[in-house]
Design a binder for this molecule. Structure first.
Ligand code: FES
Ligand code: FES
Length: 165
């Protein structure tokens, strides 16, 4: 169903550091705004009911399921997606660790996991296994069984600590 023009609203967001202004339907979710309106398809669309975590992004610094967020409700917010992590072909240490530990199989869960893990590591440079498992408990992976994912996050934390001044 197409909403009438009167049901559209102007919004302004900061996405991966870039200021974005659009007029959008009031019922547009952040997930579909990112993927369909902005063409940022790194954030994945799984269940669209807040169960799988594939759509996880950082909203004003906190991980959220973007499928549950209406853009008009977060007008003015700062959004970071998985596209914010790598600098061109230069992957972050977290992304490198996922590759090194074979923590990416089909990869559908990976963008959401990376954002949840990034949030954890920014606040807790030396997380325990339990803290890692808790931090990614909202991100479902049906391929790897989580062992490699947890090892990758532990390794990324160690790499960051080794680099810290
Ligand atoms: S697509 Fe948002 S939680 Fe599954
Ligand atoms: S790697 Fe396939 S769902 Fe996680």
């Amino acid at each position: 169903m197409t909403l009438p023009e009167s049901d559209k609203q102007p919004v302004r967001l900061r996405v991966n550091g870039e200021s974005i202004e659009r007029v959008i339907p009031a019922d547009r979710t952040l997930l579909l705004f990112l993927r369909d309106d902005l063409g940022m398809t790194g954030t994945k669309c799984g269940c669209e009911i807040g169960e799988c975590g594939a759509c996880t992004v950082l909203l004003d610094g906190n991980p959220v399921c973007s499928c549950l967020v209406l853009v008009v409700a977060v007008d003015g917010a700062d959004v970071l997606t998985v596209e914010s992590l790598a600098d061109g072909d230069n992957l972050t240490d977290l992304q490198e660790a996922f590759l090194d530990h074979d923590a990416v199989h089909c990869g559908f869960c990976t963008p959401g996991l990376l954002m949840s893990a990034e949030f954890l590591l920014q606040r807790n440079p030396e997380p325990t296994e339990l803290e890692i498992r808790t931090a990614i408990s909202g991100n479902l992976c049906r391929c790897t069984g989580y062992v490699q994912i947890v090892e990758a996050i532990q390794d990324a934390a160690a790499r960051r600590r080794a680099k810290a001044p």
